[in-house]
Structure formats: structure tokens, C-alpha cells
Design a protein around this ligand. Structure first.
Ligand SMILES: Nc1ncnc2c1ncn2[C@@H]1O[C@H](COP(=O)(O)OP(=O)(O)OP(=O)(O)O)[C@@H](O)[C@H]1O
Ligand SMILES: [Mg+2]
Length: 548
């Protein structure tokens, strides 16, 4: 062996194990924690989605307060408080200080969170940018307690310190964390726009935002219903892999493979078991804990040959057409809104999903052409607007990675000219899309884009086209009305002259002639009197009354 030459033995000394926390500490961009503006919005997103999820599961009408304080240059403190079910001393550390732990990853349930990474990722970011712990006050309705959480990245273990019992009773969770290297902007990618969109898709939530400038913005709830509790679903045989079967078999309480498949998977009954038994070369009375890879593979192959009933969709919780409409009317303030909640569908054979679309046209809908601050364009200049696409997954706004997302791709794949929209770059249109599923196929751990699976794309396109048809009817009616108004104004200009000429010929009363001609124009064009004329008539009436 010569010095300087790398050998297998030398390399072996470099071999080390790493925890998932160390991995994400090094690759924080994978959690969406990159870019100064994006990072701040992402941590707001993580805490707010957790609050909404927790309230929904505990059947509580959410009241959420978000506060951002500027502590220095690119240095902010974020406080998020909710009235949810709260955390206990046993769970608080795992919830906020251990990656890949939580109540959602192992359950097939329509929730905003999915992975068990979000809040611990935020704790880690705070720790690595400021060296400070994340503070929490939480309670389950009895006496609350305060604690400070950090994370030991080497072992992916939480450190819970300074636990103090508080005198007051409190139900909910308040988390306070500091972050450096982040910037607050009131842009389309900033926390304000994020919360505005959260409010649209969660009309039952009351959200208060205290900005770093000291302003308080309240997104009032427009509905007082509490969404039905999301229901955990069992995996469908067409959505499981060989590895899933092995892992589930190990933890199953069933003693036989046959009963394991029947109880732990959806839509597997005695008839399917008989069919599977004929397709595999081992006895299904075997202990599921002892399934080999080859046997599990045989089961998955057998699944492919059997026709199962499609997965149940009862675990899906759409917002609903009326509520989306009300929300868009109140927050976007358009002239016209149409909404559609489509029936559930299935992707990749085993995952139920549903699509909801809202199209808001005119008024303050759309994005301003030259504004970058995310606020809606001015009503006076509807021409100066371009399309605004609001993407949501399980009611949580997706602000980033839009080019990579099935929703954006579906919107741009449609021939909008067929719907009376010449150019999406100049139309006062807001397109709202909510994709819901017990398992959202995100393209990355940052959870900002939905994968373009075939069934998802087909359904998105269909739903968009259905909604666009209704919107185009409104747009053409609106265009006709504008044209007719222009015609009416032109005719009105000549009416006095025509009336005078007619009077000269027929000696008929000139005023009566004017009225008659005006009436004729209005009925032909199916229009009303112009507003200014109505105003004049009203003023005349009022002066007469006063004179009496
Ligand atoms: N405000 C809260 N109230 C109650 N429980 C909470 C709250 N925030 C977090 N939790 C609990 O902590 C767990 C971990 O949260 P975390 O955000 O890390 O993961 P997640 O929400 O399960 O998935 P994701 O990584 O996709 O966000 C949650 O599953 C939930 O059980
Ligand atoms: Mg979460």
C-alpha cells in the first residue's frame, strides 16, 4: 500500500452514519427553507397548517394569530397561536423537536401535514440561524405549561428544557421562534398573501396577522361550520408496494396473511382472498410477520390481476361550491364567480382524490400587471390584469414551485381562446384550484407542487374546462353589454336632432318624441337607462319633493 492512494480500507474509516436531522440540516432547501422571503413564508406555512390540522381533527373552529416582529437586519421573530387541542409534556418534544415524527405520516388521512417534518424543521432552522430555542406554551384545557425546545441533530432527538407549569388554564398552542437570514415582503410570495389564500380555502377559520409594521389584518371567518373530521383510510390494494406489504405485515395484529389483507387493506374480502390464494404459491394462513420479499411480491402481482372496487372516497373533505364562492366573493371581490366541486376520482389505482375549481372574473380579480406585491389590482383598470392562479392542496396554499405543479400545467394546457379569453397575460381572472386527497403526491419534501399523474391531469383539465365554459358565458354576455352600451350612447347623441327634425315635419311634441326614441333604443339593445340619466331623474324627483 502506498501513501496517498485511496484504498477501500482507508475509505472504510470515513464510513459514518447520519441521522435524518443531520441530512435535512445540510439539505434544508429540500424542506423549502431557502431564499430569504420563501423561508419566512415556509415557516409561517408549517405552523399555520399544523394549527388548522389540529383544530380540524379536534373539531374546533380555528382561531389563529400570526405575529411577525422584526428584531434586526434579516432577523425576525414569529409567533403563532391557536385554540387547538394542545400538546402534552409527553408529545411536545417529539412534535417540535424530532423530524419524521407526528400523528399524520402513518395514517391515510386528508390533512395538510403529511410527513412529520414541518415544525421540527422550523425548530432546527431557528437553532442553526440564531442559536436559540423555540419557545412553546401549550395546554389541553387544563393548566398550561411553557417549555423551550431544541433538537439534537446527531441523534434526531428533541431537547425539552425550562419546563414551567403555568397558573392559567389554556387550550391551544403558542409557538415562538426566531429566524435569521430571512426577509418579510408583502409580495405574492410573502406571508400576507399566504394567509389571504389560507383564509379563502378555510372560510371557517379566523386568522389575525400582525405584520412587522405593526398593522393588524383580520381575515374574518365567512362560515361557522366546522368541517367534518377527516377520516383515516386504509390503503387500497392497488396503491401498495411490496415494501408496504412487508412493513404492514410486521406490525399487523392479524395472525394469518389472509386476515391481515382483509383487515389492514381496503376492499379485500373473502372472494379476493380465494382469488389471491390461487395466484400465489404459498399458504395464506401463514404468519404475516414472516412474509418474505418474494411472497409479498406475489401478493402485489396477484392484486394487479384482480379487479377491486375503487377505493372509498368517504374520507375526502371538500370545501364545497357555495363556500368557495362566498370566500372568493368576500376576499377577491370579483364581478362574477363560478365554482365546481367535482366527484371524487382515483389516481395510481389506489388513492382517492377530488378537485375543486373556482373562477372569479372582473372586479378585483386577477393580478396586476405591474404590481409585484401580491395585492389585487385596482378595480378601475380591469384591462391591466393578468391571470392569478391560486393553488391549494388539502386547503393549504401552494405559493412556490408553480412551474412544476400539475395545477399550473393543467391551466396552461387549456385552449383559453375557446372560452373567450385571448391571453391569460391580460385578463382579470383568478383561478382557484383545491386538490384534496388522503395522500397528496407532492414532488418534494417542501410540499409545494403536485405530481402530474395522468389521472390527476385529466381530472384537473376537465374541471377547469367545465368551469371555464360558465365563465366564458358571463364574459361574452358582459362583452355584448359593453358593446350595446356603446351603441346606446351613440344613438342617444343623435336623438335630440332626430326629434327636432321629426317635430318640424309632424309637429308632434318634441319631448315626447325624445322619450319615445330613447325607449326604442333601450328595448332594441335590451339595456337600461344610462346611470347618469337615472341619477339626473332621481335628483329631479327629489328637488320636486323638497319644493312641495
Ligand atoms: N399546533 C399544534 N397543535 C397540536 N398538535 C400539533 C401542533 N403542531 C404540531 N402538532 C403535532 O406535531 C406533529 C408534528 O408536526 P410536523 O409539522 O412536524 O409534521 P406533520 O404536520 O405531521 O407533517 P408535515 O411535515 O407534512 O408538516 C403533528 O403531526 C401533530 O401531531
Ligand atoms: Mg405540519
Amino acid at each position: 500500500m502506498t501513501d496517498g492512494i485511496i484504498t477501500g480500507e482507508k475509505l472504510a474509516k470515513e464510513f459514518k452514519e447520519h441521522s435524518v436531522a443531520e441530512f435535512f440540516k445540510k439539505n434544508r432547501q429540500m424542506l423549502g427553507l431557502y431564499g430569504k422571503v420563501r423561508t419566512l413564508t415556509t415557516v409561517v406555512h408549517e405552523y399555520v397548517t399544523n394549527s388548522l390540522d389540529a383544530c380540524e381533527e379536534a373539531h374546533i373552529l380555528p382561531e389563529i394569530e400570526v405575529k411577525l416582529d422584526e428584531l434586526g437586519n434579516e432577523y425576525y421573530q414569529l409567533t403563532v397561536k391557536d385554540n387547538g387541542p394542545g400538546l402534552t409534556k409527553e408529545t411536545v418534544g417529539k412534535a417540535l423537536g424530532q423530524l419524521l415524527s407526528g400523528t399524520k405520516f402513518h395514517r391515510m388521512m386528508q390533512m395538510r401535514g403529511q410527513q412529520g417534518i414541518g415544525s421540527a424543521g422550523a425548530t432546527m432552522l431557528s437553532q442553526i440561524t440564531t442559536g436559540k430555542a423555540t419557545k412553546v406554551i401549550t395546554g389541553t384545557g387544563k393548566k398550561a405549561f411553557a417549555a423551550e425546545i431544541t433538537i439534537d441533530p446527531k441523534h434526531n432527538k428533541p431537547k425539552v428544557e425550562n419546563i414551567r407549569d403555568l397558573d392559567k388554564k389554556f387550550r391551544g398552542t403558542m409557538i415562538q421562534a426566531k429566524f435569521k437570514g430571512v426577509i418579510y415582503r408583502e409580495s405574492a410570495l410573502g406571508p400576507l398573501e399566504y394567509l389571504r389564500r389560507t383564509a379563502i380555502a378555510n372560510p371557517h377559520a379566523q386568522i389575525t396577522f400582525r405584520t412587522p409594521k405593526g398593522e393588524t389584518i383580520v381575515f374574518k371567518r365567512t362560515a361557522t361550520f366546522i368541517p367534518k373530521m377527516p377520516k383515516p383510510m386504509k390503503p387500497h390494494p392497488n396503491g401498495v408496494s411490496v415494501d408496504d406489504i412487508i412493513t404492514m405485515g410486521r406490525t399487523s395484529k392479524a395472525r394469518k396473511v389472509s386476515s391481515f389483507l382483509k383487515t389492514d387493506l381496503e376492499r379485500v374480502g373473502d372472494t379476493s382472498i380465494e382469488k389471491i390464494q390461487k395466484l400465489v404459491n404459498f399458504d395464506l394462513n401463514k404468519d404475516p410477520k414472516k412474509l418474505t420479499w418474494d411472497e409479498a411480491e406475489q401478493i402485489v402481482n396477484a392484486f394487479k390481476k384482480i379487479e377491486f372496487i375503487a377505493p372509498s372516497t368517504e374520507g375526502l373533505r371538500p370545501i364545497g361550491e357555495k363556500r368557495i364562492k362566498k370566500s372568493l366573493e368576500s376576499i377577491v371581490e370579483p364581478e362574477f364567480v363560478h365554482t365546481i366541486t367535482r366527484p371524487p376520482k382515483v389516481y395510481a389505482g389506489g388513492f382517492p382524490f377530488q378537485v375543486e375549481i373556482g373562477m372569479a372574473y372582473g372586479g378585483k380579480a386577477g393580478k396586476s400587471l405591474n404590481e409585484t406585491n401580491g395585492k389585487n389590482k385596482k378595480e378601475e383598470n380591469p384591462e391591466e390584469a393578468k391571470v392569478e392562479i391560486m393553488r391549494f392542496a388539502n386547503r393549504a396554499p401552494l405559493l412556490f414551485d408553480n412551474g412544476n405543479c400539475a395545477i399550473t400545467k393543467a391551466v396552461h394546457s387549456i385552449d383559453w381562446k375557446r372560452y373567450g379569453i385571448r391571453d391569460l397575460e391580460s385578463v382579470p381572472l383568478t383561478i382557484f384550484v383545491n386538490f384534496i386527497s388522503v395522500h397528496v403526491p407532492y414532488t418534494g419534501a417542501g410540499k409545494q407542487a403536485i405530481a402530474d399523474e395522468d389521472e390527476i391531469m385529466d381530472e384537473l383539465r376537465l374541471a377547469l374546462m367545465k368551469c371555464a365554459r360558465k365563465t366564458s358565458q358571463y364574459i361574452s354576455a358582459r362583452r355584448r353589454e359593453i358593446e350595446n352600451r356603446m351603441k346606446r350612447d351613440m344613438f342617444y347623441k343623435y336623438i335630440p336632432e332626430i326629434a327636432r327634425a321629426l317635430h318640424n315635419i309632424t309637429k308632434a311634441n318634441e319631448k315626447k318624441l325624445i322619450k319615445h326614441l330613447e325607449h326604442l333604443v333601450l328595448t332594441k339593445l335590451k339595456l337600461e337607462k344610462p346611470d347618469d340619466m337615472k341619477e339626473q331623474a332621481k335628483n329631479k324627483k327629489e328637488t320636486k319633493k323638497e319644493g312641495k
